[in-house]
Design a protein around this ligand. Structure first.
Ligand code: HQG
Length: 186
């Protein structure tokens, strides 16, 4: 695979911001299912002083390390696969999860999580991964990482529903502490 360019990474971050949290940063609006018009997105991003054309956007979508974005079939629309804080409906598949899933967080948040459970905070769902490494990476974004193991089998038995995004990130409603075990990350 070709090496991902620095510019693509920084453009990708901005595209995530626009498609998940703040479409107005590129002067655009999303439809109810989170889709942006591709021409509008490209023009909007160029208007911020950044350089973006269709070829670059296609490369960013194709090579993104977490496959964060999807085009519609004729590539006239684009959206983020998950991670939204704004009120759009992505319609992710409801699926039965593995016996356990992992949530990466910061050690600094543990006391509060013990008290209140794992909360969605500003996003639509709590994000969970199938492997511990991803959880460590996600947690490291917030400081010294802590990994929480979620007893998804018990949650499912208790009626909780789990969704999985197009790019394989599990999504849950708020998780009470009784389903959680902390792994101290060295
Ligand atoms: C924590 C990345 C205090 C929660 C990743 C997390 C992910 C609490 C932080 C995606 C709490 C919210 C999402 C409570 C939860 N008290 N803190 N009661 N409940 N928290 O960024 O999961 O690379 O909104 O543990 O892959 O870190 O951007 O969520 O630490 O899927 O594509 O509050 O972001 O994806 O932080 O990350 P975030 P997250 P991308």
């Amino acid at each position: 695979m070709s090496k991902i360019k620095n510019d693509d990474v920084s453009l990708g971050r901005f595209i995530s911001l626009v498609l998940r949290h703040e479409p107005s940063a590129a002067g655009i609006v999303l439809d109810a299912e989170g889709w942006a018009d591709v021409d509008e997105l490209i023009h909007g991003i160029c208007n911020t002083g950044r350089k973006l054309d269709m070829e670059t956007l296609e490369r960013i979508v194709r090579e993104n390390n977490k496959q964060r974005y999807s085009f519609n079939e004729d590539k006239t629309k684009i959206r983020a696969n998950q991670g939204h804080s704004i009120n759009v409906v992505i319609n992710m598949k409801i699926m039965s999860p593995p016996e356990v899933l992992y949530h990466g967080t910061s050690e600094a948040f543990i006391e509060s999580i013990k008290e209140k459970g794992i909360s969605k905070m500003s996003r639509q769902y709590v994000h969970l991964s199938e492997d511990m490494d991803s959880a460590v990476k996600v947690g490291s974004r917030h400081g010294k990482p802590a990994v929480l193991v979620i007893d998804t089998a018990k949650m499912s038995a208790d009626g909780f529903v789990f969704r999985i995004s197009e790019n394989g990130v599990w999504q849950s409603d708020d998780i009470p502490w009784k389903y959680v075990t902390e792994i101290k990350y060295p």
